[in-house]
Design a binder for this molecule. Sequence first.
Ligand code: ACO
Length: 267
Amino acid sequence: MEFPFDLAPVLGERFCVVDQHLRPAGRGGTAKREELEQQLRTVIDELGKASAKAQGLSTPVTSAARMESNRHVLYILRDTRSPKGAVLGFLKVGYKKLFLLDRDGSHVEVEPLCVLDFYIHESQQRRGLGRELFREMLQRERVQPEKLAVDRPSEKLLGFLRKHFGLCDLIPQVNNFVIFEGFFSTRTVPARRPFPRPRPEEPIKPYSLTERDFLREEPEPPWPFNLSRGSPVRGSLRPFLLRRETPAGTPPEPPPRRASSLGRVGR
Ligand code: ACO
């Protein structure tokens, strides 16, 4: 993915790490600071749009504005060989408070590092770049792959995790996060927390709200066709309504115990 400006002063080296402050990573170049910041915003917005298109999402999960309002971290992979440098893809991660089910079906409150968005340019897929980027993230975050929660993974991502990290044994969940066998085991190096804890005055988000929940809004068909749909409440208000229906601090009811199935991973 190419841009009409030099990417070196914006993204720096092959791997660029961007947090909510959206600071350009490179040095040098002739552009002023504000110009570089604007260019970085453009790169993030374009990557977010390309990822959404690749996943068939109506709205990007990743944008400069969303980065600014969340404590997420973006790993951007750049091809440094072409004159201005091209962007090859990105991986977005962040810590989230979740209620997850363990193997026994008990609810556990956790705050794991979550894979939130992942994209490699179409012309560069299946060449090992996704693995390179993912490994860089694992190394920098000091986290093991089985300790990650994944927000509504695509079939491609499930195949990727299976192939490169042997992650295939899902622990079924009631939300759209996917975790794998080994998530709850304690025989691991403690994960580094690169982000400060949220300040008390910050708004408290509903537990287990996924990055993609705002995408769930569907147009309501006219009566009587709307009666055949399952739930009467859909759309972006649903997480808040669910919160009101449930006493504060009470985790949702566990699902009926069933064997793991990829079909349950909604997008
Ligand atoms: N179909 C099926 N599996 C695929 C595909 C594909 N088109 N592309 C990659 N994979 C999986 C396969 O397991 C593949 O191994 P194989 O070629 O032997 O079958 C493996 O990934 C290849 O590994 P890499 O080359 O390291 O991965 P790549 O650079 O292609 O990046 C990624 C993987 C990011 C999933 C990429 O395919 C992509 O951008 N896909 C479109 C967007 C997407 O689905 N992103 C994940 C959204 S969900 C989320 O972010 C939480």
